[in-house]
Ligand binder design. Structure first.
Ligand code: ASP
Length: 328
């Protein structure tokens, strides 16, 4: 027989033991399946930190992933000191700043613009294409006319710094667009909101000194970005031609659908690209590819071909920059 004090003590220990016992733990998990970690936002490169912060304002107050995506990447497009996105982006080899962007929402809504000039927020034009036209992609002059119709302001996107640099480049270049791991960086941003919906966006000025009219992976749904609200989302940065060749972001999402974690899926996609180089006897020396991914459970992953790709991730634990693991 236990007196009341001993009984209480034993019951407390019993309850603690129960909490620690794997059997009870398993029961608790079965009754309420592991809740998704959310909201979550993940984005490419160092500038992802400030984009995440902006996106977090929307996500942490119960806003939609789509709005978080648009507002997050706009911040980078607006910044003339970010030389690979939006205003201040490096021009093509003829001196024109041409921008590529796309956006995708939780209902498989897609909008995209390519080779857009004079408008500093291509991501918002891409969203307008998605929401206000019967089409999914507008390019060049048509995209510009649509943007102006929608009230976007026309401006000169070539900053003095970018112009001087380009003029320098013209002196020494052989007028060839050279792929270099340092002359391009795209912001790709993926968000999972409090309601469990996923959206993503991707925006860039593309490869510096590219041929006029060149379009990379960033505005191509499936290549630079893909979102499937039942599975996950992925986005890419780096050498766009290689990402297009493998329909990289779609590949990452499909690998997640088959059961791979976001991290494993990003790694597999990078390995596929690397394999292409090997089988075609091409050198990967000047090529960088990076993927980030986010699944429906709020799990994230990142992987790149060569050392040097950073990504930023914001959860309820804060906003952190990390280096992605690399293949070679
Ligand atoms: N993927 C972009 C492009 O090829 C550039 C980058 O992300 O670095 O245009």
């Amino acid at each position: 027989m236990h007196d009341r004090r001993t009984f209480l003590k034993l019951s407390t220990l019993g309850a603690l033991g129960g909490l620690l016992s794997p059997k009870l733990g398993a029961m608790t998990r079965a009754q309420s399946p592991n809740p998704a970690r959310r909201p979550v936002v993940i984005s490419t490169w160092d500038f992802g930190l400030k984009a995440n912060q902006e996106a977090w304002k929307v996500l942490s107050t119960g806003g939609k992933a789509l709005d978080a995506v648009e507002l997050g990447v706009r911040l980078v497009e607006d910044d003339p000191n970010e030389r690979s996105v939006g205003y201040g982006g490096r021009p093509d080899r003829d001196g024109f700043v041409t921008l590529d962007a796309c956006i995708m929402d939780e209902n498989a809504g897609i909008g995209s613009v390519a080779a857009l000039e004079h408008i500093k927020n291509p991501i918002s034009v891409a969203r307008a294409v998605m929401e206000k036209t019967p089409h999914v992609m507008l390019v060049g002059q048509g995209a510009l006319e649509f943007a102006l119709e929608q009230g976007f302001k026309k401006m000169n996107l070539l900053t003095e710094t970018s112009k001087i640099e380009w003029e320098q480049w013209l002196k020494t270049s052989t007028y060839q667009p050279k792929i270099n791991i340092e002359n391009h960086d795209t912001i790709g941003l993926l968000a999972l909101d409090q309601n469990g919906n996923l959206s993503g966006g991707c925006t860039t000025s593309g490869m510096a000194y590219k041929m006029h009219g060149r379009v990379g992976d960033s505005p191509i749904i499936g290549a630079g970005l893909f979102v499937d609200n039942s599975v996950g989302a992925a986005t890419a940065t780096g050498h766009g031609e290689e990402v297009i060749r493998t329909v990289g972001s779609f590949l990452v999402v499909e690998l997640m659908r088959q059961g791979l974690s976001p991290q494993q899926a990003c790694k597999k996609a990078v390995e596929r690209i690397h394999q292409n180089f090997l089988s075609q006897n091409r050198s990967v020396k000047d090529t960088q590819i990076g993927f980030i991914a986010l699944n429906k459970k709020g799990e994230t992953g990142a992987y790149c071909l060569q050392k040097g790709f950073t990504y930023a991730q914001h959860t309820t634990d804060g906003n952190h920059l990390s280096s992605a693991p690399n293949l070679i």
